[in-house]
Write a protein that binds this ligand. Structure first.
Ligand code: PLP
Ligand code: COI
Length: 357
């Protein structure tokens, strides 16, 4: 009981005097481009996280020497809140996002955020802005928790002050239509011993230029290969990758270089539950190209919180485009239905992943 009281009063709330909600076209939501009325801000000072508060959404002030600007000490998470037909609110495996945020924090020399700040902060913020959770099928409230170095100084060392924030964005789908990808052979997203497994802001900045080059050639997204040989398929810009050869679903093992996706690990379990043969193993570009040539390559799809499951229609490699077949009964559709039925509380959740807010 005492615990309960102390966590209840953990977050202070300053409500916005007005709401922007009437200006939002919930039938035509893009991804992550409108934001709710409130945000959570929590400061790290004098060696401790303190004073988590919910305030009206808006700009924040930082010193120009804040280390985020110079040394990129910045990490984030991506989650979603879903509303079922009874208007109950659900999250999906949120404790895994908390764990991963702290894995990223450790790698970037950022202080870890306690679980109660993360969970109570999420809960208080989403409850306050719950009217912003879209009800339209396929839409959801995208949740962006992040931490960055607000502390001052040009010395190239970890800051002594940080901000943990959560912003919410009612969102539609990440990709509009099928995805055309380019298998990247020149640039690398990450390297052994590097920060690829962390959700560090710089990992994304580093992808923008190679992705721009791919977009200029008519692709939507790059598929990253390993930095050493460019022979192993790793992941996409914001998704883990699954490849179906004949009836077997294959995805690469996670490593130093790959983000340990929550959608990925859920899809592996659901696929097994569907009696789909799943292999978690290294897969080479050569194997995929050969399979495309001999017709055994049936599907490729990306998996991630923002992208959910996004089927790939075409992949490019060494100047040749390979089209994936149009299947009547794809694994992508089957697995997407299973996972979204759990997320939106339309079906039983035998795995215990759904989290009621
Ligand atoms: N890989 C990268 C690089 C990502 O940014 C993401 C998105 O979060 C994923 C994979 C998928 O991870 P998750 O399913 O946890 O969202
Ligand atoms: C997510 O799926 O939550 C992501 O992080 C994708 C993001 C880079 C847009």
């Amino acid at each position: 009981k005492a615990m309960e009281t102390s966590t209840k009063s953990l977050i202070s709330i300053e409500k916005s005097k007005t709401s922007k909600i009437d200006k939002v076209d919930f039938d035509n939501l893009a991804f992550g481009s409108v934001f709710t009325d409130h945000m959570l801000v929590c400061d790290y000072k004098n060696g401790a996280w303190e004073n988590p508060k919910i305030v009206p959404y808006g700009p924040i002030t930082l010193d120009p020497s804040a280390k985020i600007f110079h040394y990129g000490q910045s990490i984030f998470e991506g989650m979603k809140a879903y509303k079922d037909i009874e208007e109950a609110i659900w999250l999906f495996r949120p404790l895994d996002n908390h764990k991963r945020l702290n894995i990223s924090a450790k790698r970037m020399a950022i202080p870890e955020i306690p679980e109660n700040y993360f969970m109570e902060g999420l809960s208080a913020l989403i409850t306050l802005d719950e009217k912003w959770i879209p009800k339209k099928a396929g839409s959801s409230l995208y949740i962006r928790p992040f931490i960055f170095a607000s502390g001052q100084g040009f010395h190239a060392s970890p800051a002594n002050e940080y901000k943990f924030m959560i912003c919410l964005a009612p969102s539609g789908s990440y990709f509009s239509g099928k995805v055309k990808v380019l298998i990247e052979e020149t640039y690398s997203r990450s390297a052994n011993g590097g920060v690829g497994y962390a959700k560090a802001g710089g990992n994304y900045a580093g992808q923008f230029y190679p992705t721009q080059l791919a977009i200029e050639k008519g692709y939507n997204q790059v598929i990253w290969t390993d930095d050493n040989t460019h022979e192993y398929i790793e992941e996409a810009g914001a998704m883990n990758i699954f490849i179906r050869i004949n009836d077997t679903l294959i995805t690469g093992p996670t490593s130093d270089r790959i983000l340990d996706g929550i959608t990925r690990k859920s899809i592996i379990e659901i696929a097994k539950d569907e009696n789909i043969k799943v292999e978690v193993r290294k897969i080479t570009v050569t194997e995929v190209v050969e399979a495309a040539k001999n017709g055994s390559l049936k599907e490729m799809f990306g998996a991630g919180t923002a992208a959910v499951i996004s089927p790939i229609s075409t992949f490019g490699h060494k100047g040749t485009d390979y089209d994936l077949p149009e299947l009547q009964e794809s694994y992508a559709t089957r697995l997407k239905n299973r996972i979204t039925d759990i997320q939106y509380n339309r079906a039983e959740d035998k795995f215990g992943w759904r989290y009621k807010l």
